[in-house]
Design a binder for this molecule. Structure first.
Ligand code: GDP
Length: 300
């Protein structure tokens, strides 16, 4: 995965330099922490997150667990790894299922974040586990969105619920409600609601997303974010958190080669867990998110 290529290389180099030392002095620790700080900032990780992370690493690295370790440098690597796991959310958080199906999953995010593609990926992933997802097309803004959802649904072998073509634009809130009712009456066990995105956050988009949330009472509201959007990630995530109060995050485009700091900031900034990671355009390029595996990839 190239996302963390640069960050990963920087962190690995910094930690490698430490290994040549036996006992670590306070100044060894400080210069290592400074390097880590710089690497994280250059990767566009949010400043507050960087501060908290480096403060924790520094405090632990200067403490007894390193001082008394047989291999102090190795212990610092271990600490950085553990703290990375912590900022990525600690334990894996699984998708919540409804007690009485269908489980309703609503997707929200900016245009181009990868929502429609994700709808297909989720549908395929669920189908592979024997579930019966219904995709509901509520992105009635973008001319091609319903067709695109139809294409990914077909690839995933899933059904789609959409307004009849030629019926005008339609009301996304009504479509969402009818979609859930359809799933209930026809015994689909999952509903995935694709919603409209805008290029930037705007009030009308938020209101529509919030209305769809109220009308369908989803079990999960997944905020889909392009991991490559850099510093804008924090403001965008906060706006969506206020606007729709999402329950979890999906990081997309982790296969890109940009800085990827969003991936490291988003959990701390929103307090919401990352549930899935998307790593390419194909429906198979998708996996549940494991904080420990991601940390290991970064420190590879
Ligand atoms: P939406 O506007 O949020 O519904 O976004 P789309 O699902 O239409 O995705 C926008 C573009 O990003 C499309 O060209 C997708 O093929 C592409 N895309 C989506 N997810 C990924 C991913 O994980 N990696 C890469 N490289 N491209 C992706």
């Amino acid at each position: 995965m190239a996302t963390f290529g640069n960050l990963s290389a920087r962190l690995t180099d910094t930690l490698k330099n430490l290994r040549s030392k036996g006992k670590l002095s306070a100044s060894d620790v400080d210069s290592t922490v400074r390097e880590i700080r710089r690497a994280l900032l250059e990767a566009d990780v949010a400043l507050d997150v960087v501060k908290e992370f480096t403060a924790k690493v520094r405090e632990r690295a200067l403490g007894d667990e390193v001082n008394q370790a047989l291999n102090p440098a190795q212990q610092v690597v271990q600490i950085v790894n553990e703290e990375l796991v912590a900022i990525l959310g600690g334990e894996q958080r699984r998708l919540q299922f409804a007690k009485n199906p269908p489980t309703v999953i609503m997707l929200a995010g900016l245009q181009g974040a990868g929502k429609t593609t994700l709808a297909g990926k989720l549908a395929k992933w669920l189908r592979d586990q024997g579930h019966t997802p219904l995709l509901v097309a509520c992105d009635l803004q973008r001319p091609n969105a319903v067709t695109q959802l139809g294409v990914v649904a077909e690839q995933a072998g899933a059904e789609i619920f959409a307004p009849e073509p030629g019926n005008g634009v339609g009301d996304p809130v009504q479509v969402a409600k009818r979609g859930v009712a359809e799933a209930r009456s026809k015994h689909y066990d999952f509903v995935i609601i694709d919603t409209a995105g805008r290029l930037g956050v705007d009030a009308e988009l938020m209101r529509q997303a919030s209305d769809i949330r109220k009308a369908t009472d989803p079990d999960e509201v997944l905020f889909v974010i392009d991991a490559m959007i850099g510093q804008d990630a924090v403001a965008t995530a906060q706006a969506f958190q206020e606007g729709v109060d999402f329950t979890g995050v999906v990081l997309t485009k982790l296969d890109g080669d940009a800085r990827g700091g969003a991936a490291l900031s988003i959990r701390s900034v929103t307090g919401r867990p990352i549930l899935f990671a998307s790593t390419g355009e194909g429906l198979k390029d998708f996996e549940p998110f494991h904080p420990d595996r991601m940390a290991s990839r970064i420190l590879d």
